[in-house]
Design a protein around this ligand. Structure first.
Ligand code: ADP
Ligand code: ZN
Length: 373
């Protein structure tokens, strides 16, 4: 078992990582269930998959503490992060009589966590919530740090709030039912932590990544705990991404966002897959600038390829050019922008924010990459 504290003044909270935690939910979250002791049902949100797989276990644990569950179940997929579902969910919470001192429980991947977090940020001007992330991506990344959001016509995650959970409960055993492709996509964010700030962890992943992907409990717990410890430290230093510190967590995400946009944010390319290729591009561009060594850029690429994640641009079969991908990066920024901050690598384990990157040079680089191999 590992417990990592996210040290935010006045709003510090624990992330608990332990196999079997879900089945012990009522004990693990006892403090945040106390307000339901009077007989009101505990509000839980899941998607159809996590509800089908894990509701019985959650209900059994609650029942052992004389608590009952009331579920709000959404359709799996990004469409749940919408105004329409947010309205239904907040209406449901209000109808239940949720108060500011109550906690709502989010059982699912990043979609459920983002939706519930935002609903709780605005319900009664902020009620509590507990994250129980069930995808590797949500366990190592989105469940910690307080970024919550829904999607709108203008783009993903543009309407949201910073609202920290009161507790995050991570049970690596629930990854046993996660589809293989989702597992690998989440693993891209694990590799991200090694690449951005911890060369020793990257070494460990090179040697043990196959055990993580095979969901061996000890390896999985180590990978999750190391990832979360880094995220917690970064969030504690820069909660609202006002300095470069929290921006480091976006390694691979600017290139990745362009790839997701070009593929229509569809199942053709999952977020983690886009980040994986985005990290390859960030490493290769950094090598082209003479920063990270070519050998280390190749190591980063090899680790991503070894996880069977996309590691070369031609693999996506895109028909666009580099300039079009750069247009996607400019999205939301001034259309005439000629530069954007980029997360680049000086070495494995050492990312930094480069502010001198010329977008025309990025387009030329992407054209080279699209034509390569
Ligand atoms: P992410 O966490 O990557 O943002 P989602 O919340 O969209 O992803 O979840 C990805 C998919 O995995 C969804 O179809 C969801 O229902 C499913 N899922 C989530 N957790 C589990 C699990 N532990 N076992 C099986 N399927 C799961
Ligand atoms: Zn990400």
């Amino acid at each position: 078992m590992a417990v990592i504290n996210v040290a935010l003044a006045g709003r510090a909270y624990d992330v608990v990582i332990e196999a079997g935690l879900l089945a012990r939910l009522a004990t693990a979250a006892a403090r945040f269930l106390a307000s339901y002791a009077g007989g009101r049902a505990v509000p839980l949100v899941a998607d159809e998959n996590t509800h089908r797989l894990y509701a019985a276990s959650v209900e059994a644990s609650l029942a052992s503490h004389s608590l009952t569950a009331d579920w709000f179940v959404v359709t799996p997929g990004e469409d749940a992060k919408s105004w329409a579902v947010l309205e239904e969910l907040t209406d449901w919470l209000l109808a239940l009589g949720v108060t500011r001192s109550d906690h709502v429980f989010a059982l699912g991947g990043g979609v459920v966590g983002d939706l519930v977090g935002f609903a709780c940020a605005i319900t009664k001007r902020g009620c509590g919530f507990v994250q129980i992330p069930t995808t590797l991506l949500a366990q190592v990344d989105s469940s910690v740090g307080g970024k919550t959001a829904i999607n709108t016509k203008a783009g993903k995650n543009l309407i949201g709030a910073f609202h920290q959970p009161s507790l995050v409960l991570i049970d690596p055993l629930v990854l046993g039912t996660l589809p293989e492709r989702e597992m690998r996509a989440g693993y891209a964010e694990v590799l991200k932590y090694g690449l951005l700030g911890d060369a020793a962890f990257f070494d460990w992943l090179e040697a043990n990544g196959n055990k993580v992907l095979a969901r061996e409990p000890a390896a999985l717990e180590h990978a999750i705990a190391t990832s979360i410890a880094m995220k917690a430290a970064i969030v504690a230093e820069d909660e609202r991404e006002t300095q470069d510190r929290r921006a480091l967590l976006n390694l691979g995400h600017t290139f990745g966002h362009a790839l997701e946009a070009e593929t229509g944010f569809s199942q053709a390319l999952l977020h983690g897959e886009a980040v994986a290729l985005g990290m390859v591009l960030a490493a290769r561009y950094s090598a082209r600038r003479g920063e990270i060594s070519a050998a280390d850029a190749e190591r980063a690429t090899a680790a991503i390829a070894a996880a069977e994640l996309p590691a070369a641009l031609p693999a996506l079969g895109l028909t666009c050019d580099g300039a079009r991908l750069v247009e996607h990066m400019r999205h939301d920024k001034k259309a005439e922008a000629t530069t954007l901050p980029f997360l680049l690598l000086k070495a494995i384990g050492e990312a930094y924010v480069a502010r001198d990157v010329d977008l025309a040079d990025i387009a030329a680089f992407l054209d080279e990459e699209l034509a390569a191999r």
